[in-house]
Every structure is written in structure tokens, then in C-alpha cells.
Design a protein around this ligand. Structure first.
Ligand SMILES: [Zn+2]
Length: 205
């Protein structure tokens, strides 16, 4: 009896060791989660579990290409600052487009002004929800809004909506537009969404 129990325990121990070794082989437990996590549009930023699969992946809600949202700036003058570190563990999640203070800011895509907001980091900002509702264009550090701009206004692609400035945490010596594109899951508000890189979308014109 004691001998049978000892053999049983030995078999259990051997089984456990085999199991642990198998789990640690490369390609078993490591590969599965990586394959399950498909790369997101943000290049490694993972969508939240609850809403990730509901975010738009395809059409941007615009007919044709986006307009570069600062007047007079050409595609070859843009630089990709999407992944730049911004302190406190944050990444940039936007593109900065340098231009003299007062340069017109124009709508990259048509939509509806959802929010005009003053924030510590962004300064004077505009959130425009594109036609169809699945994308929000975010414009920050504005010096001013175009006179009369109000929440609920429809804006056409290419329409002037404000001017470049340095409000918020932007340097007064380097006025620029901070421009972000957010993919919105159904029901998400202007303060939510998942950033996608505007750079390749603005270059592809
Ligand atoms: Zn920025």
C-alpha cells in the first residue's frame, strides 16, 4: 500500500515536471497571446477589451484624402511625432504642425463641432466629429477660434476653424497645431476614443 502511494506520488511529480517544461517551451504559451492580440491602428497601442472590436478600422468618414489642417503646409513639411514621449508616461498620440502664430487652422475633414474646450495641456481646443460619427478630429493649442464658432456647427472640409497658437503647454517660441485623430466606439464621448496616427494619412494625398 505504501509502495503504491509512493509510485503514484512519483508519477504525479514526473507529470508535473513534464507539464512545466512543456509550458516553458518557446512557442507554446508565449505565442498564443501575441497572435490573439492583433496589431492596432496605433502601432502597438492595444484597444480596450470592452470597446476595441467596435472601433472603426476602415473608412475614415471622408470622401477622398484628408486636408492638411494648417494653411500653406505641404505634405513634405510634416514630420511624424506620433510616438514621441511626453513625460508622465504619456506618448504624444498626435502630430505637431509648426506654423507662425495666427496661421489659419482648417478642418481636415467635414463634421460637426462637438466640443470647444479649454484644457491645461491642450489650451484652446476643438473636437470635430466627422460625418458618420466614428472619428473625431482634435485641434489643440489654438490662438483663437474663428469668430462665431459654436458647438453644434457643421464644418466643411477645408473650412477655417481657428488659428495656430501656443495655448496650453505649447512653447510660446514654437507655435504649432497639435492635431489628433481618434477612432470612436459607439456611445463614446469627445474625451474618449483611441488615437490613430495622422501622419501616414496626411502624407497619403
Ligand atoms: Zn502635440
Amino acid at each position: 500500500m505504501v509502495r503504491k502511494i509512493a509510485i503514484l506520488l512519483l508519477l504525479l511529480a514526473v507529470g508535473y515536471v513534464v507539464w512545466v517544461v512543456a509550458l516553458n517551451l518557446p512557442g507554446s504559451h508565449e505565442r498564443a497571446p501575441r497572435e490573439a492580440a492583433a496589431p492596432s491602428a496605433g502601432g502597438g497601442r492595444q484597444p480596450s477589451m470592452a470597446t476595441g472590436s467596435l472601433r472603426p478600422r476602415g473608412p475614415l468618414g471622408v470622401q477622398g484624402p484628408l486636408v492638411i489642417p494648417v494653411a500653406g503646409v505641404r505634405a513634405d513639411q510634416l514630420s511624424d511625432t506620433f510616438d514621441d514621449a511626453r513625460g508622465e508616461g504619456r506618448v504624444h498620440d498626435a502630430i505637431d504642425i509648426l506654423a507662425p502664430r495666427g496661421t489659419p487652422v482648417i478642418a481636415a475633414a467635414a463634421g460637426t463641432v462637438e466640443k470647444l474646450f479649454d484644457s491645461r495641456l491642450g489650451g484652446r481646443t476643438i473636437y470635430v466629429r466627422r460625418t458618420g460619427g466614428q472619428w473625431i478630429d482634435y485641434y489643440a493649442h489654438l490662438d483663437s477660434y474663428v469668430p462665431g464658432l459654436a458647438e453644434g456647427n457643421r464644418v466643411a472640409q477645408g473650412q477655417v476653424i481657428g488659428t495656430v497658437g501656443s495655448t496650453g503647454d505649447a512653447s510660446p517660441e514654437a507655435p504649432h497645431l497639435h492635431y489628433a485623430i481618434n477612432a470612436m466606439a459607439p456611445g463614446e464621448g469627445w474625451w474618449q476614443g483611441e488615437a490613430v496616427n495622422p501622419y501616414p494619412l496626411l502624407k497619403r494625398r
